[in-house]
Write a protein that binds this ligand. Structure first.
Ligand code: PMT
Length: 400
């Protein structure tokens, strides 16, 4: 998403300048071109040479230096930029930008910029919460600038509080999300996704579960968020890190998943049910750990869980409903039956006996089936690619 983007990074004088060097490196790894403008105060913390080497471009600090690439430095930098990112942004640069003061190269570039401007404030907590700073931030937002809220934690001044520059990876995620919201093809859609397996307790230490890792559902959540959708991810237990800018609701049992999904359903435009939901749960849940007291077999009576997707199909109004079918035999017949029974708009059928398909692997082999009987088979591909192909189908269907 940042590939080929031209970014002017404005670096102002705070202890977090060292993180800006890493930010430049990460932006370049994403494929962005970066030109750095430093204030003179920033150049006291880290030398321009560091940024020159990391960015691969000359670093501009002073209005009056001669640069080969640019004639009128502040205007040409402002015109070159697809994005102007100020990180770290001190209270001073926020105040100057809010007041329209242009008394050095960076503040002049900011005033001349036509591209989106993203400020990443970083300062002492008291300075950050000071009404003057807050009023400047509000004013900058009113002017159309984007503010990335600072993180909280240990600050250079020895106190703990709000004001830390977020980690470079978080700034990159923030930029990606911002671009996705502006240009993504799913912007404006609310997509509800379920992932991973549900667990049904037997006693305080044991459960009935399945092999779902969450990889398929998390891939759909990541792809949807990167394409600008508002994403709610209802997840059973999973070792995965949820994608950024996704609302996560953690659940354990099928009934908990049902409750969470029904809470979000009315506002959802699209539902993708990639979770492997336990169809049965133990009728009795022991209060204490079950002991192996005799040599007799242990009998556990399982009773039926609600079918969440079937319920969604019954309640369906405007929603586009996508189910998954994990099958070990009669793939197409079983999947087609689920479309009808659960009133779906699409089903993703995966034969989980195939190598590189189904549970806990990074790839999948799926077929998309539709209520009118049409089907599309995909070759083996990563779950992230499957997720994007699935979302392409959804988008095409809802735009019909
Ligand atoms: O998580 P991974 O390790 O990446 O594995 C991915 C996956 C194999 C779990 C995924 O690709 C997949 O196939 N998910 C659906 C698994 C499943 O439960 O299939 P099913 O055929 O039993 O259920 C059909 C559909 O009804 C599913 O969308 C399921 O979420 C839903 N369902 C099922 C039972 C139930 N009680 N409530 C439901 O909502």
């Amino acid at each position: 998403m940042l590939k080929g983007k031209k970014i002017v990074l404005g670096v102002t004088g705070g202890i977090a300048v060292y993180k800006a060097a890493d930010l430049v490196s990460k932006l370049r790894k994403e494929g962005a071109q970066v030109r750095v403008v430093m204030t003179e105060a920033a150049a006291e913390f880290v030398t321009p040479l560091t940024f020159k080497e990391i960015s691969g471009n000359a670093v501009a600090v002073n209005m009056w230096e001669k640069h080969r690439e640019f004639n009128v430095e502040h205007i040409s930098l402002a015109e070159w930029a697809d994005y102007l990112v100020i990180a770290p942004a001190t209270a001073n640069i926020l105040a100057k930008a809010a007041a329209g003061i242009a008394d050095d190269l960076l503040s002049t570039v900011i005033l001349a910029a036509r591209s989106p401007i993203v400020f990443c404030p970083a300062m002492n907590s008291q300075m950050y919460v000071n009404p003057a700073t807050q009023s400047n931030l509000k004013k900058l937002q009113e002017y159309g600038c984007v503010i990335m809220p600072p993180a909280s934690g240990f600050l250079a001044c020895g106190t703990t509080g709000v004001g830390r520059l977020p980690e470079p990876a978080e700034i990159i995620s923030f930029l990606r999300r911002h671009i996705a919201l502006k240009t993504g093809d799913l912007t404006g859609l609310k997509i509800l996704i379920t992932a991973a397996g549900t667990r049904e307790p037997l006693d305080p230490v044991r459960f009935v579960g399945n092999r779902s890792s969450g990889k398929m559902g998390y891939a759909v959540a990541q792809a949807a968020a990167e394409r600008g959708a508002e994403v709610v991810l209802v997840s059973g237990p999973s070792a995965l890190q949820p994608p950024p800018y996704v609302k996560v609701v953690n659940v354990e049992t099928t009934r908990e998943m049902m409750e969470a999904v029904l809470t979000e359903y009315a506002a959802a435009d699209v539902v993708v049910k990639a979770a492997a939901v336990a169809d049965y749960c133990p009728r009795e849940v022991a209060d204490q750990k079950i002991k192996k007291s005799t040599d007799e077999p242990l009998t556990v009576v399982l009773e039926k869980n609600p079918d969440i997707l079937k319920r969604l199909g019954e309640l369906k109004k405007h929603q586009f409903l996508v189910g998954f079918a994990a099958e070990t035999q009669n793939l197409l017949a079983n999947a087609a039956e689920k479309i009808q029974k659960k009133n779906l708009d699409m089903i993703v059928a995966n034969d989980v006996t195939l190598a590189g398909a189904g549970f806990n692997c990074d790839t999948n082999v799926v077929r998309f089936l539709f209520p009118d009987g049409t089907a599309r088979s995909l070759e083996k591909m990563t779950k992230f690619e499957v997720a994007n192909r699935l979302l392409d189908e959804v988008k095409a269907a809802i735009n019909k």
